[in-house]
Ligand binder design. Structure first.
Ligand SMILES: Nc1ncnc2c1ncn2[C@@H]1O[C@H](COP(=O)(O)OP(=O)(O)O)[C@@H](O)[C@H]1O
Ligand SMILES: [Mg+2]
Length: 311
C-alpha cells in the first residue's frame, strides 16, 4: 500500500482536482484506491457525493472527523473502515476494470479537530512540550494501520491549504508527496516556503524520534520523497505554456525540486462541471481529446515517479 499526500499550503492550486483525477484514473485501471479528504472545505468529498447524500448518510457518523473524535489515549485505535464510503457514480463508471475507489469523507467542522490536536501539542511552537508529539502526528499512520489487509494499492490524502497539524500528520503517514502549483509569482514563492517548512518539520520529527527512542522505540524516522511539482491551470498558446509563465516553471526547477513534465491546462468549463457530474474530468465522456490525453500523460508520469521513488 503506497500512501501519498497532496500538499500545498496555498488554496486554489489544484490539490483536490489532481487528487480526484489521479485517484479515479488509477482505480479505473483496476487498482484499489482510497482517497482521504482532510480539508474542512470538503471539496474532494463533494467531487464524488452530492451534499444531500453527505448530510443524510455521512455527516453525523461517517466522516474522518468522527474517526478523529473516536480516538482515545491508551485505548485501541478506532478502525478507519466504518467511516469509508464507496461513491456510487464513479464506481459504476470504473467497475469494468475491476478497480475500486473509496473515500474517507471530510466534515465542514474538521477545523475543530485541528484546534483540539494543536491544543494537545501544547500551542506555541518553541515552548511546545513533546509529550503528545507522536500521539498527534502519528494519528493518521495509526488510522491506516487499522485497514484490513489486503487493503488498498494506493492511498491519496488531499490536505487542507495550510501546514497545520493535520497536514503534518498526513506527511508523517506518507511515503511520498505531490505538490500541485500554479505557474505564477505567489505560487512559486509558496513552493519555496513549503519546502522549507517541510524540511524543518521532518528535521524536528526525526530529532524527537532520537530523543524519545527509549519511550517510543518503534517510531521510525520520516523520509517522504517529493514526487514533484505539478503545474496546473496552465495557459497554453500553440501547444506550449504561454511565455509569461515559463520563468516561474524555470524558477521552480532551480529550487532543486523535481517538476513534472506533464502539466494541466486551464479549462474552466470542464473543471467547473465535474463536481455536479460526480465524475472527474479524466473519466468524463465530455472531456475533449487534448485535455483527456494531457491528464492521462500526467497519471502515467505520476505512476512512473511513484515506482522510481519506491525502488
Ligand atoms: N486545470 C484547471 N483549469 C481550470 N480550473 C481548474 C483547473 N483545475 C482546477 N480548477 C478549478 O479551480 C478551483 C480550485 O481547484 P482545487 O483543485 O479545488 O484547488 P485546491 O484543492 O488546491 O484548493 C476549483 O474550482 C477547480 O474546479
Ligand atoms: Mg482542495
Amino acid at each position: 500500500m503506497r500512501v501519498i499526500s497532496v500538499v500545498n499550503y496555498k488554496g486554489g492550486v489544484g490539490k483536490t482536482t489532481l487528487t480526484a483525477n489521479i485517484g479515479a484514473q488509477i482505480a479505473a485501471w483496476g487498482k484499489r484506491v482510497l482517497l482521504i479528504d482532510l480539508d474542512p472545505q470538503a471539496s474532494l468529498t463533494f467531487s464524488f457525493l452530492r451534499p444531500e447524500r453527505w448530510r443524510a448518510e455521512l455527516a453525523e457518523q461517517r466522516t474522518i472527523k468522527q474517526w478523529f473524535e473516536a480516538w482515545r489515549m491508551d485505548s485501541t485505535v478506532p478502525p478507519l473502515a466504518p467511516v469509508l464510503t464507496s461513491p456510487s457514480v464513479v464506481n459504476d463508471r470504473i467497475a469494468d476494470g475491476g478497480g475500486r475507489l473509496d473515500l474517507a469523507a471530510s466534515h465542514l467542522s474538521l477545523g475543530d479537530v485541528e484546534m483540539n490536536l494543536a491544543a494537545r501539542l501544547g500551542g506555541a511552537e518553541v515552548h511546545r512540550s513533546t509529550r503528545h508529539y507522536f500521539d498527534v502526528y502519528l494519528r493518521l499512520n495509526a488510522a491506516l494501520a487499522t485497514l484490513p489487509a489486503p487493503a488498498y494499492d494506493l492511498v491519496l490524502m488531499d490536505c487542507p491549504p495550510n501546514f497545520g497539524v493535520i497536514t503534518r500528520a498526513a506527511v508523517a503517514a506518507s511515503d511520498q508527496l505531490l505538490i500541485p502549483a500554479r505557474p505564477d509569482e505567489l505560487s512559486t514563492l509558496g513552493i519555496e516556503h513549503l519546502q522549507s517548512r517541510l524540511r524543518r518539520y521532518i528535521w524536528e520529527f526525526n530529532r524527537i524520534v532520537d530523543l524519545q527512542s527509549d519511550l517510543h522505540p518503534t517510531v521510525r524516522k520520516l523520509e517522504p520523497v517529493i514526487l514533484g511539482v505539478v503545474f496546473t491551470m496552465v495557459q497554453y498558446y500553440g501547444g506550449q505554456p504561454i511565455a509569461a509563465l515559463r520563468p516561474y516553471i524555470a524558477q521552480t526547477r532551480q529550487l532543486g525540486l523535481p517538476v513534472f513534465e506533464a502539466m494541466v491546462r486551464e479549462s474552466n468549463s470542464h473543471f467547473a462541471g465535474a463536481a455536479r457530474a460526480q465524475i472527474p474530468v479524466i473519466l468524463s465522456e465530455q472531456t475533449p481529446h487534448a485535455l483527456g490525453w494531457e491528464l492521462h500523460r500526467l497519471v502515467e508520469e505520476f505512476l512512473k515517479r511513484v515506482r522510481t521513488a519506491a525502488s
